[in-house]
Design a binder for this molecule. Structure first.
Ligand SMILES: *Cc1c(COP(=O)(O)O)cnc(C)c1O
Length: 473
C-alpha cells in the first residue's frame, strides 16, 4: 500500500479566497486585457503567477514583527541574519540588500569592467541586465540539453565545461571577472546543478584564477535534488549538502524572496575581505547602512528565521513533492509539460497544447487567459510576448520555448489546490481546439508582457469559440 503524506505544517491564520463565478471571471479577464499580470489579485482564486515574495511565513517569523530591532545602526536583528548566513551558507562576510537584484547591482559594479565576459548557466533577467549595464557580455555555458523541453536529465542545469574552457581560451581569464552559477536554473524550468558539476567548475576556475559566484536564489531546492538523485548524498542532510555546495564558490547573491521564505529581502555574501570592504562602502549608496541594507529590522530577523526553517528536510521534501504532485497529474493525463518537473514550477508547453494556433497568435498568452477563465487560476506567459522584439529589426523574437508557468508559492496552498489546478488544465486540454488565439491591442515599448493588452482573434470576440456573447449572460 502506498502511504500518502501531507503538508508538514498546520494552518494558524487563514486568508479567505474570493471565488468569482464564470461571468465575473470573464469580465475581470476582459478588464485586464487578457493579461494575467493585470488581473487584480482579489479576483484570483489560486495564484500561481510567481513564487517570489509570495511565501507564507511561519508563526515564529511573524513573531519577529515584535522582536525585530529597528535601530539605525548595529541592530541585533542584523547580527541574527549575519549569523544565519555564515552558519548555513558558510561564507565569511555578508551584506544585506533589499532583494536579490540589489546584491546583483553591487556585485556587478564591483567586479565587472567594460569589455568583460560573464559566463552563466542560462541567464536570469535582472542578473544579466546588471552584468550588461556594467559593460559585460553574457555567455551561456549551460549544457545543450537544457534548451530541449522534453529531454529528461537529472541535472539539466549543469555547466558544459568544454563551453567554459573554450571561452577562457578565446578571451583569456583576465577578461572573466567571475563565473555566475544559478542553483537551480529558473529559466530552464527550475532545473538543478549536480555537486560534481559545481566541484568541476570550481576546480577549473581556480586553475585560471577566476572567481565563482552563485545565484543562490533556489539553493535549498537544488540541495534537495542532489540528495534525491546524486550518488553519495542520499544519507546526507540538506544542511550538509548546502555547506558543500557553497564550498565550491567564492560568494553569492541571494533573493530572500524565494528560498529564505520571506516576502522581501536579499543579501550578497563572499569570502574575500577586500571585496567585502568595497561592498560595505557601495551598499551605503544604494541600499543603506551595511547593518540594514534597505530592510527593516523585522525583515532581517524574519529572513534569519526563514533560513533555518528552509533547511528542514521535511519542509523541502514536501515543497518539491508538491510541485511534482501537480506535474505528475498533468503528465499522466497526457498534457505536454517541460520535463523533468523542476523545483518551483510546472511549465505547460503551449505550442503542443494549442497546435491549431500559429506562434503569432500567442499560444501561451491565450492558454494563460483560458486557464483563468476556466477556474480563476492565475499563471504567467513565458513565450513570444515575454520575448519582446529584436532591437534592430523590430521583429518579434521567437523563443524556442512557448510556455505557461504554474509557479507554486511556498507553504501557501495544499495539495487540494493542486488538484483543482490539475482538473482545470486537463479539462481545458479536452476542449483545447475551442481556445482562440489573441492579438495585441496595446504594446508598451519595454518589458511589454507586464502591461500589454490583448483581444481574442475569434469572429465572436470570445476566448472560447464555442460561446457567443449572447449566450453568456
Ligand atoms: C528572483 C530572482 C532574482 C532576483 O531577485 P529579486 O529578489 O527579485 O530582486 C535573481 N535570480 C533568480 C534566479 C531569481 O529567480
Amino acid at each position: 500500500m502506498k502511504r500518502r503524506t501531507a503538508e508538514p505544517y498546520k494552518i494558524k491564520a487563514v486568508e479567505p479566497l474570493k471565488m468569482l463565478n464564470e461571468q465575473e471571471r470573464k469580465e475581470a479577464l476582459k478588464k485586464a486585457g487578457y493579461n494575467t499580470f493585470l488581473i487584480n489579485s482579489e479576483d484570483v482564486y489560486i495564484d500561481l503567477l510567481t513564487d517570489s515574495g509570495t511565501t507564507a511565513m511561519s508563526d515564529r517569523q511573524w513573531g519577529t514583527l515584535m522582536t525585530g530591532d529597528e535601530a539605525y545602526a548595529g541592530s541585533k536583528s542584523w547580527y541574527k541574519l549575519e549569523q544565519a548566513v555564515k552558519e548555513i551558507y558558510g561564507y565569511n562576510f555578508v551584506i544585506p540588500t533589499h532583494q536579490g537584484r540589489g546584491a546583483e547591482n553591487l556585485l556587478s559594479q564591483m567586479k565587472i569592467k567594460e569589455g568583460d565576459y560573464v559566463p552563466g548557466n542560462m541567464y536570469f533577467t535582472t542578473t544579466r541586465a546588471h552584468q550588461e549595464l556594467n559593460g559585460a557580455t553574457f555567455v551561456d555555458i549551460i549544457i545543450d540539453e537544457a534548451h530541449d523541453s522534453l529531454y529528461d536529465h537529472p541535472f539539466k542545469g549543469n555547466v558544459d565545461l568544454s563551453k567554459l574552457e573554450s571561452l577562457i581560451h578565446e578571451v583569456g581569464a583576465e577578461k572573466i571577472p567571475y563565473v555566475c552559477i544559478a542553483v537551480t536554473v529558473n529559466l530552464a524550468g527550475g532545473q538543478p546543478v549536480s555537486m560534481k558539476n559545481m566541484r568541476d567548475v570550481y576546480e577549473l576556475c581556480q586553475k585560471h584564477g577566476i572567481d565563482v559566484m552563485y545565484d543562490a536564489t533556489r539553493c535549498v531546492e537544488n540541495a534537495f535534488f542532489i540528495q534525491e538523485r546524486e550518488e553519495g548524498y542520499t544519507d546526507k542532510s540538506i544542511k550538509d549538502i548546502l555547506k558543500e555546495m557553497f564550498s565550491y564558490s567564492d560568494g553569492c547573491t541571494m533573493s530572500g524572496k524565494k528560498d529564505c521564505l520571506v516576502n522581501t529581502g536579499g543579501f550578497l555574501a563572499m569570502n574575500d575581505e577586500k571585496l567585502y570592504t568595497r561592498a560595505r562602502e557601495l551598499v551605503v549608496l544604494y541600499e543603506g547602512m551595511p547593518s540594514y541594507g534597505g530592510l527593516a529590522g523585522r525583515d532581517m530577523e524574519a529572513m534569519a528565521q526563514g533560513i533555518y526553517e528552509s533547511i528542514d528536510d521535511n519542509y523541502i521534501k514536501h515543497r518539491i513533492h508538491q510541485v511534482r504532485y501537480l506535474g505528475e497529474q498533468l503528465i499522466e493525463a497526457g498534457i505536454p509539460v517541460v520535463k523533468p518537473i523542476g523545483g518551483h514550477a510546472v511549465f505547460l508547453d503551449a505550442r503542443e497544447f494549442l497546435p491549431h494556433l500559429k506562434h503569432e497568435e500567442l499560444p501561451a498568452q491565450s492558454l494563460a487567459a483560458a486557464l483563468y477563465l476556466d477556474s480563476g487560476v492565475r499563471s504567467m506567459e513565458r513565450g513570444i510576448v515575454s520575448g519582446g522584439r529584436n532591437k534592430v529589426t523590430g521583429e518579434n523574437n521567437k523563443p524556442k520555448l512557448e510556455l505557461v508557468r504554474l509557479t507554486i508559492p511556498r507553504r501557501v496552498y495544499t495539495n487540494n489546490h493542486m488538484d483543482v489546478v490539475a482538473d482545470s488544465v486537463i479539462s481545458l486540454y479536452e476542449k483545447r481546439d475551442q481556445i482562440s488565439g489573441l492579438k495585441m491591442t496595446y504594446e508598451p515599448p519595454t518589458l511589454r508582457f507586464f502591461n500589454a493588452r490583448f483581444e481574442p482573434l475569434s469572429p465572436s470576440g470570445e476566448l472560447m469559440t464555442n460561446e457567443t456573447s449572447s449566450t453568456t449572460t
